[in-house]
Design a protein around this ligand. Sequence first.
Ligand SMILES: [Zn+2]
Length: 260
Amino acid sequence: MNICKSCGGEAPLSFRFCPRCGTQLYEGLERSGADPDSFVPLLNSLYNLLAVKRGDVPHPDRGKHLNTVSESAMSRRCSIDHNEMCRDIFRSLRFRPEASQALDDLLTLSLSNALAGYAYRAVEEMICKRKILPMPSTERDSLISTVWRNSDLKESAYGELRSDDPVEHRLLFCLALNWNSGHDRYTLASQDLHEKWWKTVFGENLELSFTCFENVYRAVGLLANRQPLSHAVKQSVADDVHEELTHGYVVRLAESLYPI
Ligand SMILES: [Zn+2]
């Protein structure tokens, strides 16, 4: 349970606000004795702190748990992918007024998924009570230099990322780390636990993403009223959710390997 600092009331970990006085709640990462079963509630609690709804004022402690360079790296990647997706799917809809709100919703969705991945790694570190040691600088530089071996990346909008910009430099490091799932070797939890946690978090984010895509597709007239999303669209949404969660995860992991 969470104890509200304002009124002393108790609320379940997944509550965003105190039911008694309305203060925003979250569970910090300093908690001792967190067990593997509290993974999902703790993740939801941290996520509630990190994900700020449009128009809401961020909690004063948000910056303690989310590095600004990391946040910008996640936004940068989400914008690049979002622009590509808009070009592919919504080419004909770009100038319809209702499309513009819908496209914003999809960008917010991809950022939310990345934040959930970021919180995932943070809670994994908390429960496993350890972090990965920083990578020696030579190894780090050589890893960054391999980023363009992925030629698809080089030829996409990612090809414009520059190493002399701190946010883009970090994103390049994360992309290189993520290549061929290279980040997997830094998993802290046992394989069984990780699979169980990932399945749960992925499932929750996927459901939310399906709902969001359905609303967007209906709003812009790509889907009739009771028509469900096609199998192909669902598959592509699932791939995106997996990539976005993984990206957030890698960005948080990168803070240990290459401290900011
Ligand atoms: Zn309260």
